[in-house]
Write a protein of this length. Structure first.
Length: 94
């Protein structure tokens, strides 16, 4: 599938670029999404209640858990938000 990164995701990613384990795991997930033939082939996605096109998945490292928010718009996946604080993630991912 095709995917892109929003400016807000890039900005969020800058905050966590020091965590190499997270970056390695995120790269693996991005590769999985790129290789997927359909949206159903992507593992670990959880729909966001009240939103038809919004999903999230978690990336767990030894130290913390990160939440990554994606949007499915016209057969393209947009990486929209990233945070390790649960409340802040859901507040900012709309």
């Amino acid at each position: 599938m095709e995917y892109e990164f929003t400016k807000s995701f890039d900005k969020d990613l800058e905050s966590y670029k020091h965590d190499r384990e997270f970056l390695r795991l995120l790269g693996g997930k991005v590769n999985e999404i790129g290789r997927a033939n359909s949206f159903e082939d992507i593992t670990g996605l959880v729909p966001i209640r009240g939103r038809e096109t919004h999903y999230r998945f978690k990336i767990k490292t030894r130290k913390t858990t990160y939440r990554v928010g994606i949007k499915l718009l016209s057969n393209r996946i947009w990486f929209a938000r990233l945070d390790k604080d649960k409340r802040r993630f859901y507040k900012r991912f709309k």
